[in-house]
Ligand binder design. Sequence first.
Ligand code: C2E
Ligand code: CA
Ligand code: CA
Length: 710
Amino acid sequence: MPTDNPTAVRLLIVEDSEADYLLIQRQLRTEGMVFESLRVDHFDAVDKALEQPWDVILYDYEIPGLDFDDALPLIKSRATDTPIILVSGTVDERMAAGLLRQGLDDFVLKDKLLRLSTAIDRVRRERLERSGRLAAEAELRKLAMVVEQSPASILITDTRPAIEYVNDAFVQNTGYEPEEVIGRNPSVLNTGNTPASTYRALWSALNQGQTWRGEFYNTRKDGSVYVEAAVVAPIRQVDGSISHYVAIKDDITAQRESEALIHRLAFYDQLTGLANRSLLMERLDQAMNKCRKAGQQGAVLMLDIDSFRFINDIHGYDIGDHVLREFGRRLQRELADTDTVARIGGNHFAVIVERLGATEAEVTDRIKQLTTRLHERVQQPCNLPDGSGQLRHATSMGICLFDGHEEGPETPLNRAELALQKAKDDGRNMARQFSHELKVQVEERALMEARLRSAVINRELDMHLQSQFDIEGRLLGAELLLRWPQADGSFISPMVFIPLAEVTGLILPIGQQVFDQAIKLLQDWQSKPATRSLQLSINVSARQFHQPDFVDQLRTRLQKSTIDGSRLVLELTESVVLDEFGSTGEKMRAIRELGVGIALDDFGKGYSSLSYLKHLPFDVLKIDRSFIADMLASPSSEAIVRAILAMGHALKMHIIAEGVENEAQWDLLRRERCAGYQGYLFARPVGMDQWQPGDFSANGSPSAQVNRKE
Ligand code: C2E
Ligand code: CA
Ligand code: CA
């Protein structure tokens, strides 16, 4: 029976003769073989023995009751790889040849047992070699499958290099069938997109027997270009010589495309294609470094398209987008390629200009030239994409110079932003350069804005009334004027805070409050006989008037109240009309339909075009107080006042002279039959509680007296 000696050769000996068995054992021992053996002599024993593994089976051909022809298939099926040696006294050579064909590995005649150990060694060696070879083949088969089915493109060339093999992935990816590329140079895939330096690096590595990693920009059969990450390695023979090259390649086109997209999204503005804020910061940082090293100055400019909101509101977002793109293009055209133009959000743009010069004077001069050029270029009318007309817009600019010694790119950028703020505060369409005084001014203004905001929210603005009289001195009504009371008991003038409210948009809630107050006051007036027929004038800013729902709001307010619309007069300035002619007329007519009157305020102060007086339905004209003030001293002012009065009469307009401060002015205006009067001579604006209705007479009526001392 076999033991556990791992080096022993395990022999199963099918032999009916005990004597022969001993003979075989003795022979093998004399040969020095270490073995373990088991003798079996009938079919069932053979069957049982085959449950264990054997190195070699020795078989005596002639065993009564155990037919070799039956036993051989059994042995072959149960011990596939176990060699069988026939040990027999009778087999002739011819018969043996037949048996060998049936799967027998060798035969030894009993009288030639000397051969047995050699035969055992030989069949065992052959067996081992065979299984080794099988394993190697299986290994190769496995490898081939990996190569065939690999998701990576695999290409094998000889050393010329001509393609010898391509796998399925290659076929899928390139669109070339194997027969179209085999025998050809892999450069069939390259149509000039891969830089020559890549190939130099590739061959230099391969010639040194090294593996190369890199990227190819190759072309598919259909002409489309793709990017491959490749590993190319030489294949060596046993003797060390290179026989082949193998390239394993991954298509990374999609990955590259998404990387490029991510890069574009991360650093470029999608609408204009300009740099975005991140890229601007990066470039500014680089520009600062360069300036520091070169001892030069650069500048960062921040630009806003003035009143851009209106472009969007009035013309829609498509036109707004068009204007933004065009604005970006114009900036780019005026600047060098090395300068950076960025859109950093909304209608905010920024520009970096490098190396403007070394001295402050030189730089300031060049900046002035640049901003003038930009202003001119930007103001040129811009054609609307649908051919429906042209748009013009102005721009405000904030400038900050830098020499690279600032803390970081945020510093010059924030300063430019501050300067831009100042340009806007000062009335837009201008450029301002950062300085420390400018910073103080902007901060003060920001503080004031915050205080105004809270005053509006807390309804702290006061309303004063200034009486208006007719030519006989009879009370016509009053104008409502705002005051901003301060903690120390003083007031801030609306001349100061109204412009601020207009830029910040606070004028809208302020306007609501004025309307609320006006309606309340008129309601009160209507309930008393003394005030029932008075008119109340209120001031309306362009920004309020251009609210799309301005007329609707007014209508709703009037409908909710019981007041007579004709008791209310809206005072508009020329700026309302100048902004936008077309829809202004419609709006005004809609207001007049509500019975509400419209006055043109400050007439004579601005352009004073007569054309809109004729075309727009004003019913009151207020002569600006600067003309009244100059009237007596300046003949031309007097002529203008006379002309306005004559024209007003002709157009059947009610004319009110503003700022009448003395009797001489009053006399002159009365002689010219001016219908209405407002001014310190008659009444100063007073708090609503102090205001009292009363006619004016030169010797002074008691009620007018009250109003005269503000
Ligand atoms: P305005 O509409 O032209 O108002 C008349 C201004 O002239 C008032 O100044 C008034 O106090 C002043 N005034 C009246 N009589 C005389 C006079 O005889 N001599 C002189 N030197 N001045 C006189 P105020 O109240 O400071 O208002 C200034 C401007 O603020 C107003 O000019 C108006 O444009 C604006 N404003 C006032 N209240 C409002 C408001 O509720 N809404 C809007 N949008 N603007 C307002
Ligand atoms: Ca007014
Ligand atoms: Ca006025």
